[in-house]
Design a protein around this ligand. Structure first.
Ligand code: ADP
Length: 273
């Protein structure tokens, strides 16, 4: 990554107006929350070998909202899987808040995943025939929280995504946009530092997609939650502070994005349509 791109991202992050009381503590010494150095990921062997990542360097600061773009097969999902501790790199270093993830055991990585990372997927991945409240409680159940606290935190998370009053609805009784809100509440209920979202608007129409982006932008602005989002859609990426583009397993560009102007233009266009 070029020093210029990083300085630009800093400037955008520093100008954010987020209430200090809601924002998580900043990393000691201003170090990035996430640091990848020389990350490679190879699948298969010999002639069948695929180099999905070929040496990725990436720094993400607390409170950033980063869109990850690039053509299909460029390594975006592989990189998200490494960041989400769902996969280990073949080589390279991954530091989370200064702690070397590459030196962690499988159990330590699972603990980091459960305590610091929230996941949102294109297909929502909710349990069918299970209420919104129970879906959102699930990560707390894995964490061993008691029933009263689980209910209270899950209700709070559903209210935060605009679904107060829908606690008893099953996914089949909710629209696509509402199902994605439940999935976002489930990701938020453990108060993670980072939300990893893989094409969160990919299954939604453009209006519902914009509403989800407004929700994510609000969570980033008001709670200071760091968001990394893979998207193919330029008008969704326009909500981010910074756009990182992958090509052939490498970061081809990493640039700050001025929020507001492109988003306002996209909204104006949709009103005219
Ligand atoms: P993107 O998310 O940008 O579409 P991916 O990270 O999914 O890209 O894939 C990058 C490359 O790695 C592609 O060539 C893909 O076919 C390959 N790849 C991804 N996962 C696997 C796997 N489990 N086994 C073999 N090859 C894989």
């Amino acid at each position: 990554m070029s020093a210029g791109a990083f300085a630009g991202a800093d400037a955008v992050t520093d100008s954010r107006a987020s209430p200090a009381s809601l924002a998580p503590a900043t990393s000691a010494g201003g170090q990035p929350l996430i640091r990848l150095r020389g990350i490679t990921r190879t699948y298969g062997e010999g002639q069948a070998m695929v180099q999905a990542l070929r040496g990725v360097d990436l720094d993400i600061r607390r409170g950033e909202f980063v869109a990850i773009m690039g053509p299909s097969g460029s390594g975006k999902s592989t990189c998200m899987n490494v960041l989400g501790c769902l996969d280990s790199p073949t080589r390279g270093e991954y530091f989370f808040d200064g702690v070397p993830v590459h030196g962690m055991s499988r159990d330590q990585r699972a603990l980091l995943r459960r305590s610091q990372l929230g996941f949102v997927f294109q297909g929502f991945n909710l349990l069918p025939r299970t209420t919104a409240l129970e879906n959102v409680e699930l990560p707390l159940l894995y964490r061993g929280e008691g029933a009263a606290r689980r209910h209270a935190l899950a209700r709070e998370a559903l209210a935060a995504v605009g679904l107060a009053g829908r606690e008893k609805h099953t996914p089949a009784e909710l629209s696509g946009g509402q199902q994605q809100r439940v999935a976002i509440a489930r990701a938020l209920v453990t108060s993670p530092a980072v939300l990893l979202a893989d094409e969160p608007t990919g299954n939604l129409d453009s209006q519902r997609g914009r509403e989800i982006m407004e929700l994510l932008t609000g969570l980033n602005d008001e709670r200071g939650i760091t968001i990394l989002m893979v998207t193919h859609e330029a008008d969704m990426a326009a909500h981010a502070h910074r756009i990182v583009r992958f090509v052939d397993g490498l970061i081809a560009s990493d640039e700050p994005n001025t929020r507001g102007a492109p988003v306002a233009a996209a909204h104006a266009a949709s009103r005219e349509a």
